[in-house]
Design a protein around this ligand. Structure first.
Ligand code: CTP
Ligand code: CA
Length: 221
């Protein structure tokens, strides 16, 4: 199947994209984070902008530089900050693609001073963060397209299908960490896109820029 990619086919559309990790502060000098580079989500934001959309990119702590015209960059640190920007921006969005690796848990309290080492063990209490994708799924109106990601180490297909339902998403993009050269830190990715219409498209491993095209093509269709 040949897909022709027309520059400008998203002109007049507004898109919201999340990317990167979140950092959850333990004390003023430490945090809980993850290995997400932000590259996949940035590539999606760049592809949406290239095709004419006005893009709001909500980016967690990432060393990547984003200078693309047409991308309004919102740099955030924590899951809570990312949630607040996303909820504020979603109302005007035609498309939302949530690719960020959002922390599921955050320290119940942020220590005001650096924690000193005392005992042989230290127990941190963590509480659940708000689920941004699920929240936007609940706010979604007719005509809005919501795309989530699923990162799994096993049983990817059944978890992805479950997330499609539980988060009221239109598509879930599955990437399996078990695949060589795919996922965190790599410049390539291997994905399967599940649609709420029952569709399932698997793609070869390819550069994240081309993966972004496949994702945007699937949404636009
Ligand atoms: N997500 C989100 N807000 C969160 C957690 C996850 O928006 N607090 C989004 C991610 O950006 C992704 C999707 O939800 O698009 C699925 O994330 P994933 O971590 O795979 O699933 P979870 O629902 O968090 O479940 P689990 O980690 O237990 O598999
Ligand atoms: Ca999670």
């Amino acid at each position: 199947e040949m897909l022709t990619v027309k520059a400008g086919d998203l002109k007049g559309r507004k898109a919201l994209v999340t990317a990167g990790p979140t950092y959850e502060a333990i004390d003023p000098v430490r945090f809980i984070g993850n290995h997400s580079s932000g590259k996949m989500g940035i590539a999606i934001a760049e592809e949406l902008a290239r095709r004419g959309a006005a893009v709001h990119l909500v980016l967690g702590p990432s060393s990547q530089v984003v200078t693309t015209a047409g991308i309004d960059l919102h740099r955030v640190t924590s899951a809570e900050e990312m949630y607040n920007v996303c909820v504020a921006q979603f109302a005007g969005a035609d498309i939302a693609v949530l690719s960020a690796a959002v922390a599921d848990y955050t320290p119940a309290v942020k220590a005001p001073e650096k924690i000193k080492k005392n005992d042989d063990t230290l127990v941190l209490e963590l509480t659940r963060t708000k689920d941004i994708l699920k929240t936007l799924g609940g706010l979604k109106k007719q005509g809005q397209m919501l795309v989530g990601f699923a990162l799994e180490t096993s049983d990817g297909r059944s978890y992805a299908l479950g997330k499609l339902q539980s988060k009221n998403a239109d598509f879930i993009v599955l990437n399996s960490l078990s695949d060589e050269g795919a996922g965190f830190g790599f410049d390539t990715n291997k994905i399967t896109i599940f649609g709420k219409d029952g569709s399932e498209r698997s793609f070869e491993r390819k550069p994240k820029q081309q993966v972004a095209k496949d994702i945007v093509d699937t949404i636009v269709k």
